[in-house]
Design a protein around this ligand. Sequence first.
Ligand SMILES: *Cc1c(COP(=O)(O)O)cnc(C)c1O
Length: 367
Amino acid sequence: MSDFIPVYEPTLYGNELKYATDAIKSTWISSLGKYIALFESGFAQFIGCKTGVAVCNGTAALHVALRGLDIGKGDEVIVPDLTFVATANVVKYCNADPVFVDVVKDTWQIDPVAIEKAITKKTKAIIVVHLYGHPAEMDAIMDIAKKHNLKVIEDAAEAHGAEYHGQKVGSIGDVGCFSFYGNKMITTGEGGIIVCNDSKLAERMRFLKDHAMDHDKRYYHPEIGFNYRMTNVQAAIGLGQLEHIEDAIDHKRKIAKLYNSMLEGIKGITLPPEKDGMKNTYWMYSILVGKEFGMTRDELGKKLQEMEIGTRPFFIPMHLLPPYKDDGKKFPNSALLGEQGLNLPSSAELTEKEIRKVCETIRGLAQ
Ligand SMILES: *Cc1c(COP(=O)(O)O)cnc(C)c1O
């Protein structure tokens, strides 16, 4: 047995196996079957939305959401520079252009001031990302969207259950998109969902994810759709996970509290934000490794790996990736966070002893 502490491991609670077995025994193992509707309505209800449209992954959720909102050729979509690449790629999938903006240094989230500056005649939408589980500044963003008649897509792939002034993220914009990849707050193996309150839009997204086949005329496809369906077996796993989502969130918040108390006061280490009125779900417990720490983020990650502690660097900012290369001067905060950010082990099952080991190791390496 290795003592290695991985950066992430999914937690399975029990009913996943029971429901998946039931789905298999029923022979409804493809994309029809009772678990799809149960999971869709259960998750939508958890977020506080009327409808959920389950899809095969979080990227597909974003893609279908953009197409459902009629984002297409020549349109500009504002995207934070610091995010996972899928947020930007889906804009390209629609033949539209992502316009990157910087994030706020102390919350790590998309900067409303930068959004307003980036708006042009071509701007159609904003994709807000709630990075690492902390909500973005939704009031300011919704005000800007209203003023300029823009759609708001919440990429809440990392923020299941995070709250902005009592409201769950994903329920505030026009649509909320979630991922159920193996390392997300809850998982279906691979999977995603779009939640919204507009039943017409939900129907349109349902149509798009299923080859855009006409409701009344089989094999008549008035436009180009996708096969982005989730399977009944995935939804069965998802339902078992959903029954424990509050536990998962509670665990993450407890883990963050322990980390915060044990890492406090180490020179050069910045702890993750939680702004007043917001609930951070700490999907990945993350720190910044500043100059005063005495070694770089990458050096610290390497040392921890040698001591059997898994970590992950922050995402590389979009403006530094070959498909999106841009002048870095516009993104000083994103560049700094991309350089200094480190995700520490964040599994819901992490023990206090493991957290202590991580923190004492970091403290021991400090200058
Ligand atoms: C995980 C993630 C996605 C994509 O989800 P997949 O299910 O892996 O396709 C999109 N955006 C963000 C911010 C993510 O973290």
